[in-house]
Unconditional design. Structure first.
Length: 281
């Protein structure tokens, strides 16, 4: 991985491909690895994108100094990171879960620099840090899939809408290494912080960039109601709430519709100019 100094933090990131920049932001306790597992198979079919997978402070290979103790701090790091990596070039952003929350913040703060946005099972809390979530439901059970869970994997069966051995193996391969690497002290500081700062908490004017907002109909972690409340702010967004899907909507639960909708988003951004190229500032 590469590192770049942002506000005194050596922020780690991984680049793939060339072309128009896209910043990819993972969720809570994750890192770039599961985002790559979700999305790289899509980018293989849609060339022309310079993918920048970032490790947020306190996650993966990016440390979190003690002064970094709020979501506002993380957002400011992402704003400065995008300026350092992309300069004046316009870019797209995609965020998953907690990263979807930051992607929304970037839309509201860097509107003119963004080509489009993908909010993937976004965490969109209210002012009390609460989300309107449905009660968890496991719709397909497979008790034989969980015979060798490690102690820190015992939560997996009760978080899956569709239980399967395949789901266990994918979470074990792509999610558990990053969960185990997370800086729990830094996460505890961030968990106590306020949601979006006031300047970014309120809906802004309509964002005209092609967008996609994907949720799981049975997502008991972040829910789906709040995402649909963004429909006026995102007039060019495809909204989908997929059945038989919770918080592992991507490669684990509904990979085919997930990949098709992300691919459609990339294609729509590619049509931003008549010759199929991506507009620059």
């Amino acid at each position: 991985m590469n590192t770049i100094d942002v506000q005194g933090i050596p922020v780690a990131y991984l680049e793939r491909g060339s072309g128009t920049p896209i910043l990819l932001i993972h969720g809570w306790q994750g890192d770039h690895r599961y985002m790559m597992a979700d999305l790289e198979s899509v980018f293989e079919t849609v060339p022309g994108w310079r993918r920048v997978y970032v490790d947020l402070p306190g996650h993966g290979a990016t440390p979190a100094p003690e002064w970094l103790a709020s979501n506002a701090h993380v957002i400011s790091v992402l704003v400065d990171l995008s300026a350092a990596l992309f300069g004046e070039e316009r870019f797209a952003v995609a965020g998953n879960s907690w990263g979807g929350y930051f992607a929304l913040a970037l839309v509201r703060s860097l509107r003119q620099r963004l080509l489009g946005a993908a909010l993937l099972v976004p965490w969109l809390p209210d002012a009390k840090r609460e989300c309107d979530v449905p009660e968890h439901r496991t719709l397909v059970r497979d008790p034989d899939a969980f015979g060798d869970l490690a102690p820190d994997e015992e939560w997996i069966p009760d978080r899956l809408v569709e239980q399967s051995r395949r789901a266990v193996e994918l979470i074990r391969r792509d999610d558990m290494p990053s969960i185990r690497a997370a800086d729990q002290e830094a996460l505890a500081r961030l968990e106590e912080s306020d949601p979006l700062p006031p300047s970014m908490a309120a809906p802004g004017p309509p964002f005209e960039g092609p967008s996609v907002i994907l949720t799981g109909r049975q997502d008991a972690t972040v829910g789906y109601h709040a995402a649909w409340g963004l429909r006026d702010e995102f007039p060019r967004a495809t909204f989908a709430s997929l059945d038989l899907a919770g918080h592992w909507l991507g490669r684990v639960e509904r990979p085919e519709p997930f990949q098709a909708l992300v691919r459609d988003w990339l294609d729509r951004m590619g049509l931003a100019t008549h010759d199929g190229s991506h507009p620059k500032t």
